[in-house]
Design a protein around this ligand. Structure first.
Ligand SMILES: [Zn+2]
Length: 190
């Protein structure tokens, strides 16, 4: 069985060094609240408000470390509330996505693009990719068995990299659709 742990990504953002400085002050560094499953990635203690044309959401947490470009990952429910037409995108593919305003304790940042709904995906190490017989960028289906809402997701992109370990990421809309709670596992089909 090709089973992967399913993790739910709540709304969050990744920030560039320049935007971090604008939001929290020059020289500020993200503080590690909790290591994530993917090696080197962490949830920080820092939070900002994300503002769109129709509303705002406070307390959105920043994941570290800093990245070359700021990227805001929302559920489509969140995006609608803010009045932002967030496209479903792979991380880092931001061209043509909407921007927004970010408010931090030391200032604001206006981004011209970067608001997306993350395309659901599975992270695997190269060894795990070989074991499961899947390649980087392959699109698969993943069956999630829960008590009341067993769901098979299509359009799941596999990402294989030496910096990854086996884990599927879905957002809160997807997790709710599948009735995910507690520890949930997905089976890669095909
Ligand atoms: Zn991920």
């Amino acid at each position: 069985m090709k089973k992967v742990l399913v993790s739910v990504s709540a709304r969050h953002l990744h920030v560039s060094a320049a935007d971090l400085a604008a939001l929290f002050g020059e020289g500020f560094e993200l503080s590690n609240k909790k290591d994530l499953i993917q090696p080197g990635q962490f949830a920080s203690n820092e939070r900002v408000t994300v503002v769109g044309p129709k509303g705002e959401i406070a307390g959105v947490s920043i994941l570290g470390p800093v990245r070359p470009a700021t990227q805001v990952e929302l559920s489509l429910t969140d995006a609608r509330k803010l009045g932002l037409a967030a496209p479903v995108r792979e991380s880092g593919i931001l061209a043509g996505s909407p921007g927004c305003k970010l408010i931090g304790p030391a200032g604001e940042a206006e981004i011209t693009e970067g608001v997306i709904a993350a395309k659901r995906h599975v992270h695997l190490s190269p060894a795990q990719g070989s074991e499961f017989g899947v390649k980087d960028r392959q699109v698969v289906e993943v069956k999630i068995t829960t008590a009341d809402r067993a769901t098979t997701f299509g359009d799941v992109i596999v990402r294989v990299d030496e910096n990854y370990t086996a884990e599927m990421h879905v957002d809160t809309d997807e997790a709710n659709a599948a009735g995910c709670s507690g520890e949930v596992w997905g089976e890669i089909l095909g």
